[in-house]
Design a protein around this ligand. Structure first.
Ligand code: ADP
Ligand code: ZN
Length: 216
């Protein structure tokens, strides 16, 4: 049997990682694993991890490596993910996390198919994040300028109420971009050195980005 796809998507907030992860799931059956989504679920469920994570997330800071790595390792070790493959969105975000991922994959005798860096000019992501709205029920993402909902404040798919994420404020957005440049850019260099990095232009239409990602 062919090896399942094992992908990592890296890019600044608002670059469209979640959209690409969903398309990859639909077409290849890989499990999308978003560290941000898992943290937001933990916050919603008011778990200890959620309470801890919220203190960092609300300021646009990174959650500490230890708990983040442990949380992601648990998912990656699950039978379903091992069988179906995965697309990681939001992890690894630091070189320490990338090293931990390597160790974990080595231990399971698995390998990354490729690592994709989705790249867009910084002013474009700032504009996208400023108008971002998410559905509280199904998680669908809208954007005031480029993808407005048909009815103001309501999800096209499920009628759920749309909200601005608590960390999409202008100050937090600035902090997140700063941390991306400082902590996550070195992760891109880390994979570039290993030779399995693919850089794609994320400023176009999601379908164009997708085609670049899956090109052999
Ligand atoms: P975005 O890509 O829009 O910044 P995410 O949903 O990926 O948003 O992440 C939201 C927040 O969750 C981050 O700003 C950070 O506080 C926290 N977070 C997510 N993934 C990680 C990670 N791998 N390491 C540390 N913190 C993380
Ligand atoms: Zn919805």
């Amino acid at each position: 049997m062919a090896e399942p796809l094992r992908l990592v998507l890296i890019g600044p907030p608002g670059v469209g990682k979640g959209t690409q992860a969903t398309m990859l799931e639909q077409n290849f059956g890989v499990r999308p694993i978003s560290s941000g989504v898992i943290f937001r679920n933990e916050i919603e469920a008011e778990t200890d991890l959620g309470r801890l994570a919220k203190r960092y997330i609300d300021h646009g800071e990174l959650v500490p490596n230890g708990v983040t790595i442990e949380m992601m390792a648990k998912r990656l070790r699950s039978d379903d993910v091992r069988k179906s493959g995965f697309v990681l969105d939001g992890f690894p975000r630091t070189v320490r996390q990338a090293e931990a991922l390597d160790e974990l994959l080595d231990e399971m005798d698995e390998h990354l198919t490729k690592v994709v860096s989705i790249e867009v000019p910084e002013d474009v992501v700032v504009g996208r994040l400023a108008g971002r709205l998410g559905c509280t029920k199904c998680g669908e993402i809208y954007q005031a300028q480029t993808k407005p909902p048909k009815r103001e404040g309501l999800c096209d798919k499920c009628n759920g109420p749309l909200i601005v994420r608590s960390d999409d404020t202008p100050e937090t957005t600035k902090a997140r971009l700063h941390i991306f440049n400082e902590k996550t850019r070195p992760v891109i260099d880390y994979y570039a050195e290993k030779g399995n990095l693919l850089r794609v232009d994320g400023s176009g239409d999601p379908m164009d980005v997708y085609k670049e990602i899956i090109a052999p």
